[in-house]
Design a protein around this ligand. Sequence first.
Ligand code: GLC
Ligand code: CA
Length: 582
Amino acid sequence: MAGPRNSNHRAWWKESSVYQIWPASFKDSNDDGIGDISGIISKLDYIKDLAIDIVWLCPAFKSPQVDMGYDISDYYDIADEYGTVADVDKLIAGCHERGMKFLMDLVVNHTSDQHEWFKQSRSSKDNPYRDWYIWKPAKYDENGNRQPPNNWFCRFQGSVWEWDEHTQEYYLHLYAVEQPDLNWENPPVRKAVHDIMRFWLDKGCDGFRMDVINLISKDQSYPDAPITNPNRPWQWGHMYYANGPRLHEYLQELGEILKDYDAFSVGEMPFVKDEKEVLRAVQFERNELNMIFNFEHVNMDYGKYGQFDPGSLQLTDLKNFFERWQTFMYANDGWNALYLENHDNPRSIDRYAKASEEHGLDASKMLATALALQAGTPFVYQGQEIGMRNVPKSWGIEEYKDLGAVNHWKSLPKDDKEAQAIALVEYQKKSRDNGRTPVQWSAAENAGFTGPGVKPWMSVNTNYTTVNAEAAVKDPHSTYHYWATVLKLRKQYLDTFVYGDFTLLDKPSQEFFAYTRQYDDQKILVLSHWTEKTLDWDAAANGVNTAKQVLLNSYEGTDEALPRFSGDKWTLRPYEAVVLIL
Ligand code: GLC
Ligand code: CA
């Protein structure tokens, strides 16, 4: 019998799992309070033991660090605080020795304003680099006041246009003022990007995570965006710059290079919700990207006016999202990246499981099960494997480091205490800083992230005495070992978990997320419980009455007696997850 459609194209990158490292907060090796590449090298065995296949390093290139390395001033060199190119060579070798691959972040929608290209570009209108960036003349309103070329809102507050006194034009920056957008319409820009890719691939890098890669082609008429927030002059303009007119042409060019090296690729794609449009980038035979990072589930708790506007998230919304992308990609020969956390998002135990301190680790195992056994390539973000949590509720604004939160704070009226109080509550839930506190390595001072007596660049979460890697590695029942078990199980039942089809059960439930994976005659149920009560799952109502084998149970391991999983109703403990062969 022929396997299901997903298995038409088997590929190593579908079968792999990825571990994401954000260098500033991973591990400090020289006690300057900042994580570095030698620190990463010292933890490669820890990553390998997690059953990880690929290590992705967030940008460690030369950078003024306005946006923590996503503002690159030299693509061919490493930031002093992180180490040297020779250290990266060692890191790559260390991954390869352990049978792991290595990815870098390709940040090429924009550069730093300190990049030589931009310094040249802004030096005069006739400089050969002028067209490497996006420059436009001012508009003037009826009173003769200078205005930016259009009304687009910047991700980090204000207008996306910055006036340059020297050459009397505006330049575009979709992100920080210090992150000018490159002009991909200009062929030498694309050639320069291709050269960067080949340089690192030739050094042994195995592929890229591509930063906001769907924003590289803009509508060349730069129209005003519709008014969606009447309280400010600037409006979201993504309909004119996300998945723009020439995106796929540019991605095909990148795809040619990736193909030469059999390289891995995952493209970050904010704003896009249209499956068919995503499919153009990830369908196997189109040879653009392997997979993308979707944003729908990480925006679900945003309010009407964005990230720091209060919002709420329902399990049913999350399940609908998973089901839609699982089944669509399955039916159309595409592929999904599976993730709940990264350096731009809060911790999943808080955001999705909404667990108390008591049940944090139960919830973290449940989330690992629910996520990583779907069809797709699972991503684990540093600290997720030990159940790290959001920053403490007691944090004041002075603790927050990310310019997302900091600029938002500055945009609030100075004396509006109420707005400030609301904002602090929202930062603690959704600020990027939640995912950026130093990794908790041990119960020692500074969580072992840096040496005793050193002030880490960002405060360590106060729960490090209980939540830390040393304790997790020692405890056979920890989340760390559980993640490894899940990732190994996925490989052990590869046909079913990687290539099998996906069916969502019990759609309306706000307490359970249940799905089956099936390949030929093998059918596996992944059942997860998302509350801290003890609750019955109505197996019979979902057409399930008995299981042949327990493959995994987040509470007990695999040795559990089967009778619990027969009959009409099955009782599940707080945040319990179970994987059963039906
Ligand atoms: C991506 C990165 C984020 C950065 C932004 C601009 O979203 O993940 O950290 O701020 O791109 O480069
Ligand atoms: Ca350091």
